[in-house]
Design a protein. Structure first.
Lengths: 477, 314
């Protein structure tokens, strides 16, 4: 079920209403049912994968926990290895089998060997990368002893399949989300208002910006041969905001939805396009994945507490994995590697430049512009259909200016630019004030402000949204 | 809890009030002004037109026939009422609405391959939205049936004019294209002439919604006493089989013959078949191509006119 579908508009209020009307004991089972219903709306049979992933990680975690009490250290390592192996195998088969097959086929063809490798043609289960990583993270945490193994299978199944964040994150940590299923939630009107307000912002980002620019981006990027550098540059600029608004929009809707049923999900985006360095960007972009990779890949590899060459290797490896996580295509691997190299460059720059230069206002402004452009260049690899397409796009942007492709007409170009302006103005405003999005102090004046903002946002969505947009991009990851 | 309900009710009440105010303002504007840009033709057709000959269709027809030349040469009022990206759904609603006020003697309906692809009832018809609720039953019914949720969603003026308000606002300052007289819009000479587009007319269906709408269109013209000409303007295609040999054209020929409709197939007209400099892209003629095609059309129309209908030389 898509957040931007009519069925979700019916599903959401029913779930919220029934959830709060039910006795406390019945709420978690109800959420579990609702979550599986939410997922099965897409492809019922793939719910079995979540079930399998949930049961294996739950059982392994309990096993690890039991082994810890009887001192079976070596066996614990085997069990965690087995658990991670099973989950990565599922991910590998469903997400990467086609990519690996294709790469082997291409390599053999380059060597002049022609072998017919069967293509399984498996449909990629929606959100598989998200719930697999969430489940692996939980098992590793139990192994490390940072959390206790969850004894209740239904509660653990709900942790893995909790519908707001099931298909596109945030990738929640067990220590944040799991205890909340044991809490006694009481309806909080302020939190619910805040949740709905966040959802409205999410819809604004998705429907008004991401979906409005997608037609232009697709028209250009799916036919790069026919377009000049100017049109490709505009399409890249649009994609820069499409990917942000699509994914951050989803995250906001997810966090807001969870808030309405009393749950707190982690922040996933923190004004990433106001970053003044690449390091800063990765502290603000897809925070749940970045922190996951830091905790479960980068630090186990040795992190930064090692020799410089090894430190840089760790950065590069982590970003290459991040690229591969995003998609089974060499374009994503290159995108990951590109950001890894930028991160290394950022590290070098921070080491060489004196602190007073780094923190100078002008350096920060130049850093913001430079970071935005470098991130935008990276998105070329992310969006291009093939690696050669990506290089063609970069070459044309540098060498082949021309008349701008008009797409669906001037209004279809200017309206998204105007809305991007609105979004960035809000981001800058929020960056320079410390308070939360909505003032929920309960005074009539604060309530009046909240009502005004809600009305303005709703009217903007009705007036500017593209109601014929498609899926969220991150569903495919 | 109390605060939550106050917030919900206050938000909904204010939103509904603003929506109603916006709707009233937009209705006043549509009623009392000529809407600019893409809407100018439609506005003219619904409110003022008394033209004798009406050219209609999508951009393929819009960019192909220079109606100013036709009008000057034939000495009769001709208007190009075609509109970018519009399907037979739109054409049918437009004709029904126009016929309520004025009956042209001839309608020239320009078609091309995409018109036979069913893109759903509501594909690209938002051009009609500003005229919803103005008494044009055909327009109202098309908009209401376009999407299942539309019947109630159209009650919201914000939703009804979604993105349209911006187009109208913007077109007060910029023009959507090089506007000619009598509704014709010319396409420029492109910097690079197009490559032929591979196409297989055999993929087009001879059943479904577009055919039902075309049959209704023909019947409507017949009952109103309007002479209908269906034409296929030149395209820069590399077809697997010529249009004339396709099942779609075969069915259309039979339909035209049985209902007295004139059918002109110029998709592979020899004058255009090997000259890419007459095209803007694979589907559209540029203004040079349009001039040549208009002269071809003009000759045919003259041949059709009875001697007393032809203008006398000064």
């Amino acid at each position: 079920m898509l957040f931007n579908s009519l069925s979700f508009l019916v599903f959401f209020p029913i779930v919220v209403l029934v959830y709060w009307l039910l006795p406390v004991k019945a709420r978690n089972p109800f959420l579990l049912l609702a979550s599986y219903y939410f997922y099965m709306n897409w492809e019922p049979v793939y719910a079995l994968l979540i079930l399998f992933s949930s049961v294996t990680t739950w059982a392994c975690a309990l096993w690890i926990s039991r082994l810890a009490t009887i001192g079976g250290g070596k066996n614990r390592r085997w069990v965690i290895g087995l658990c991670i192996g099973i989950n990565l195998l599922i991910l590998g088969v469903f997400k990467y089998a086609g990519f690996i097959n294709g790469s082997i086929r291409d390599l053999l063809q380059m060597l002049g060997i022609s072998i017919d490798i069967p293509d399984f043609g498996l449909l990629l289960p929606v959100g598989i990368s998200f719930y697999t990583f969430q489940a692996i993270g939980y098992t590793v945490d139990v192994y490390r002893g940072t959390i206790r193994a969850e004894r209740s299978l239904p509660v653990y199944m709900l942790f893995v399949s909790f519908f707001p964040q099931l298909v596109a994150g945030p990738i929640e940590r067990a220590r944040n989300l799991l205890p909340q299923f044991g809490e006694r939630h009481r309806f909080d009107g302020g939190a619910c208002i805040h949740g709905i307000y966040m959802m409205l912002w999410g819809y604004f980002m998705k429907l008004c910006i991401a979906d409005n620019v997608s037609t232009y981006v697709d028209a250009v990027y799916n036919n790069l041969e026919a377009h000049n550098g100017t049109s490709i540059a505009l399409a890249t600029f649009f994609f820069t905001f499409q990917i942000f608004c699509d994914f951050a929009g989803y995250s906001l809707i997810a966090i807001g939805t969870a808030k309405c049923v009393g749950f707190r999900l982690m922040t996933n985006f923190r004004k990433p396009y106001l970053s003044t360095s690449i390091r800063d960007f990765w502290h603000r972009w897809h925070i749940s994945l970045t922190s996951w990779l830091t905790d479960y890949v980068y630090i186990p590899l040795g992190g930064s507490r090692c020799k410089r060459a090894k430190h840089y290797r760790n950065i590069l490896s982590t970003f290459l994995i991040s690229g591969l996580w995003h998609g089974a295509n060499w374009t994503f691997v290159i995108w990951g590697g590109y950001h890894g190299l930028l991160m290394i460059g950022d590290n070098v720059a921070h080491r060489i430049l004196p602190e007073r230069v780094v923190s100078h206002r002008l350096t920060k402004m130049a850093g913001w512009a430079g970071t935005f452009i470098l991130v935008m260049i990276g998105w070329v690899f992310f969006r291009a259909n093939t690696v050669s397409d990506a290089f063609m796009a970069l070459r044309k942007m540098a060498t082949a200016p021309g008349t701008l492709y008009n797409g669906e007409g001037k209004p279809a170009i200017l309206l998204p630019i105007l809305l991007i302006g609105v979004l960035m103005a809000k981001e800058i405003y929020d960056e320079h004030r410390s308070s939360d999005i909505t003032d929920l102090s309960g005074t009539p004046r604060a309530l009046g402000h909240t009502v005004a903002k809600t009305v303005a946002l709703s009217a903007m969505i009705l007036l500017c949204a593209s109601f014929f947009g498609g899926q969220f991009i991150y569903f495919q990851f | 809890m109390k605060r939550f309900w106050i917030w919900i009710l206050a938000s909904l009440a204010i939103l509904a009030t603003l929506d109603a105010l916006f709707g009233a303002a937009s209705r006043w504007y549509v009623k009392n002004h000529v809407i600019p840009g893409d809407y100018r033709s439609l506005d003219y057709l619904l409110k003022e037109s008394t033209d004798d000959v009406m050219v209609t269709g999508s951009s393929v027809a819009l960019n192909s026939i220079n109606t100013a030349t036709l009008a000057d040469s034939m000495g009769t009022a001709v208007y190009n009422a075609a509109s970018n990206g519009q399907t037979l759904t739109y054409q049918l609603a437009l004709l029904k609405s126009i016929l309520k006020r004025h009956t042209p003697s001839t309608v020239m309906l320009g078609l091309y391959s995409a018109d036979f692809v069913d893109r759903g009832a509501g594909a690209r018809i938002n051009l009609l939205a500003p005229y919803y609720g103005f008494g044009y039953q055909a327009i109202d019914s098309v908009l209401e049936t376009a999407e299942p949720q539309n019947r109630w969603a159209l009650k919201s003026n914000f939703y009804r004019l979604n993105t349209i308000w911006f187009r109208i606002l913007l077109y007060n300052f910029v023009e959507p294209g090089v506007k000619g007289r009598n509704g014709f819009i010319a396409k420029d000479i492109p910097p690079i002439f197009p490559e032929k587009m591979k196409y297989d007319y055999r993929d087009l269906s001879t059943e479904g919604r577009p055919w039902e709408q075309l049959s209704e269109y023909i019947a409507l013209c017949r009952s109103a006493g309007v002479k209908l000409i269906i034409f296929f303007p030149p395209v820069w295609f590399d077809p697997a089989v010529p249009l004339a040999e396709s099942p779609v054209f075969d069915r259309l020929s039979r339909l035209a013959a049985s209902s007295g409709v004139e059918l002109w197939n110029d998709a592979e007209h020899p004058r255009f078949a090997s000259d890419s400099t007459l095209f803007f892209n694979a589907n559209h003629l540029n203004y040079r191509g349009a001039d040549i095609y208009t002269s071809i059309i003009l000759d045919r129309l003259r041949d059709m006119q009875t001697p007393d209908e032809q203008p006398t030389a000064l």
